[in-house]
Design a binder for this molecule. Structure first.
Ligand code: TQI
Ligand code: ZN
Ligand code: ZN
Length: 168
């Protein structure tokens, strides 16, 4: 079953049209950016929320960046595997990914690294946190708190949809 953060924080109704931006220093390719766009679309499809990319990083509602190790927020990344990414509850909008992971943006089934992590799977999960979902006990759900390397899970389960539709 789905859960929320303590106090059930969520984006208020006057902020359902959210913007997101990529840390300019990361110089992400269009292919990588498109992965995030697809991940946002999975949540906008089942809520009144919309997500629009912007070039204005510091004024965007959701700020996406890849960082390695200590990056100044008290939650350092830890190299390959372990923590993959973290996102904060509404309305923080901070979405950080561990730059040391072996992120896969294409077909994960052809990845040869045993540490390969599917970027879209992690993005869909972290966006759930950004919108106010905690972890779920339903194994098929996006918000279930484990994922194995080399696997892909990007489709929202009924449990994820019920949780997000309670909030929005
Ligand atoms: N990062 C954790 C996560 O996003 C960070 C975290 C731990 C957390 N406890 C939390 C965030 C409680 C919010 C609330 O869950 S992670 C997965 C999963 C991680 C884990 O790097 O461990 C995914 C990131 F669920 F698959 F294990 C993405 Cl998909
Ligand atoms: Zn961080
Ligand atoms: Zn999580």
């Amino acid at each position: 079953h789905y859960t929320f953060f303590p106090g059930t924080p969520r984006w208020p109704a006057n902020r359902y049209d959210l913007t997101y931006a990529f840390l300019p220093d990361n110089q992400l390719s269009d292919t990588v950016k498109a992965i995030f766009t697809r991940a946002f679309e999975r949540w906008s499809a089942v809520t009144p929320l919309t997500f629009t990319v912007t070039d204005s990083f510091y004024t965007a509602d959701i700020r996406i960046g890849f960082f390695s190790g200590d990056h100044g927020d008290g939650e350092p990344f830890d190299g390959v595997l372990g923590t993959l990414a973290h996102a904060f509850s509404p309305t923080s909008g901070r979405f950080h990914l561990d730059g040391d992971e072996n992120w896969v943006v294409g077909d994960i089934s052809t990845a040869t690294e045993t540490t390969a992590i599917d970027l879209e799977s992690v993005a869909v999960h972290e966006i759930g946190h950004l919108l106010g979902l905690g972890h779920s006990s339903v194994e098929d759900s996006i918000m279930f708190p484990t994922i194995s390397s080399g696997t892909r899970k990007v489709a929202l389960a009924d449990d994820d949809i019920q949780g997000i539709q309670y909030l929005y």
